[in-house]
Design a protein around this ligand. Structure first.
Ligand SMILES: [Zn+2]
Length: 125
C-alpha cells in the first residue's frame, strides 16, 4: 500500500516555520535598533550615566561626560582644528566617530519610518 503524503500538512508546517523565522528576525532588528536608547546609559560606551551632562542640541541620545568630551574633540577636528588632543585621536578614531554618528542618525530615521513602525506593530514588540 502506498504511503499517503500529507501535502497540506507540509505546506502548513512550512508556512508556520517561515512565520516563526520572520518573527525572530523582526525581534532581532527591533532589538538592535532600540539597544543603546536607555536614558540612563551612555549610547556610546554603554556605561551607566551617574551625572547628567548638558548635551549639544544636535544629539538626541545620551552620552556620559567622558564620551561627550571625545565627541567635542571629534567635532573640533571635523571643523578643521589641527593637531591631536590625545595620542589615540588618529584618522581611525575620527572614522569611528564619523561612522558611529552616521549609524545613530540612520537608525533614528529607520525607527521613525513606516516600515519599522509596521514591524513593531505586526510583531507586537
Ligand atoms: Zn560614555
Amino acid at each position: 500500500m502506498a504511503e499517503v503524503i500529507d501535502l497540506d500538512g507540509k505546506k502548513r508546517q512550512h508556512e508556520k516555520d517561515r512565520r516563526e523565522k520572520a518573527k525572530k528576525r523582526a525581534v532581532a532588528v527591533a532589538g538592535a535598533l532600540t539597544c543603546g536608547l536607555c536614558p540612563h546609559r551612555c549610547a556610546h560606551c554603554g556605561l551607566p550615566i551617574k551625572d547628567q551632562v548638558n548635551l549639544p542640541a544636535e544629539l538626541n541620545f545620551p552620552l556620559c561626560g567622558i564620551c561627550l568630551e571625545e565627541y567635542q574633540a571629534y567635532k573640533r577636528k571635523e571643523n578643521g582644528e589641527k593637531g591631536r588632543e590625545a595620542f589615540w585621536h588618529t584618522e581611525q578614531w575620527f572614522a569611528t566617530w564619523r561612522t558611529w554618528l552616521e549609524y545613530m542618525r540612520t537608525s533614528d530615521e529607520f525607527r521613525r519610518s513606516p516600515a519599522f513602525l509596521k514591524l513593531i506593530h505586526d510583531n507586537k514588540i
